[in-house]
Design a protein around this ligand. Structure first.
Ligand SMILES: Nc1nc2c(ncn2[C@@H]2O[C@H](COP(=O)(O)OP(=O)(O)OP(=O)(O)O)[C@@H](O)[C@H]2O)c(=O)[nH]1
Ligand SMILES: [Mg+2]
Length: 280
């Protein structure tokens, strides 16, 4: 039986409640491990729901108990203008696209939004962001090719008249010390202009990533406390089971999910949809 069919049979009792109740905790543990819940959490959950008459609602309730407290919507405080949001994450996780999504969302709430091209590593990165900015009609702040990203952020903050500034950063592997130091510098420099900034430090996680997200969060948190996660590419075939583990271990709010490549494909994290996604 395929993994998703197995999980479906466990969670929604497709095979009937009688048989679902007979599914042993080992089977359940295997299914949860396959879903990227991580061994420790899979084992814990499996033990906790073992012996329940009806394993299906018990498991659903357990996952809801873990996830629901961490769902949070993006909120900005314009009295702190410019309210600074930094997006970081590993290469290709969806940072630049998410900058556009947040700009679109916050503009639709009536805020003036500027985007800041601090990925000066590749010229194409600035081009990508400036295309988004012109499509969305928001201001863009950019530096020269290879300019120190921290100084681009500093200049943007000093000259910005925007309510919100969203800073795009270069993709970096969480185990690359030099690039992580560069990110730390950006945070330090931004904080020179406003000790409370960046007001939000968001880590973008790709839903297709498995247990490696744990390492990513640990390393990015060393740079500065991560205030929230956005899970990109939830529209793909990946179901993001690792999110449950992350939520459980780090207690970091989940601020939303990306569900496509265009700027309007961003929505709040829905626990219900997520659980359904696991079984579809
Ligand atoms: N289907 C889908 N594709 C996405 C989503 N978010 C981003 N992408 C695509 O993923 C690819 C990488 O997205 P980027 O936003 O460029 O990622 P990045 O983190 O800025 O990449 P680097 O700057 O190279 O590190 C692009 O092809 C995006 O269109 C999403 O939610 N769903
Ligand atoms: Mg990018």
């Amino acid at each position: 039986m395929s993994f998703f069919k197995k999980l479906k049979s466990v969670i929604y009792g497709i095979i009937g409640h009688d048989r679902a109740a007979q599914i042993g905790s080992c089977d359940l543990e295997d299914v949860l491990i396959e879903a990227d819940f991580g061994c420790a959490l899979a084992s814990k959950i499996a033990k906790e729901v073992r012996g329940e008459d009806d394993i299906v609602p018990a498991l659903k309730a357990k996952l809801e108990e873990i996830l629901l407290p961490l769902v949070k919507e993006i909120e900005v405080d314009p009295s702190k203008a410019p309210y600074v949001i930094v997006l970081s994450g590993v290469n290709g996780s969806g940072k630049t696209t998410t900058v556009a999504k947040l700009a679109f969302l916050l503009k639709s709430r009536g805020f003036s939004v500027g985007v800041v091209a601090c990925d000066t590593f590749r010229a194409a990165a600035t081009e990508q962001l400036s295309e988004w900015a012109s499509r969305l009609g928001c201001k863009i702040f950019m530096g020269r090719d290879r300019q120190d990203p921290a100084s681009v952020a500093f200049d943007a903050m000093s000259s910005s008249k925007c309510d919100v500034l969203i800073i795009d950063t270069a993709g970096r592997l969480h185990n690359n010390a030099d690039l992580m130091n560069e990110l730390a510098k950006l945070h330090r420099v931004v904080a020179k202009l406003d000790p409370a900034a960046p007001h939000m430090n968001i880590l973008i996680l790709d839903a297709t990533t498995g247990q490696n997200v744990i390492e990513q969060i640990k390393e990015f948190s060393k740079v500065r406390q991560v205030s929230g996660l956005i899970i990109s590419k939830m529209d793909g075939s990946a179901k993001g089971g690792a999110i449950v583990n992350v939520a459980n271990e780090f207690q970091i709010p989940i601020l939303g999910v990306g569900t496509g490549e265009s700027a309007d494909k961003f929505e709040p994290f829905s626990v219900d949809k997520f659980l359904r996604g696991l079984v579809e």
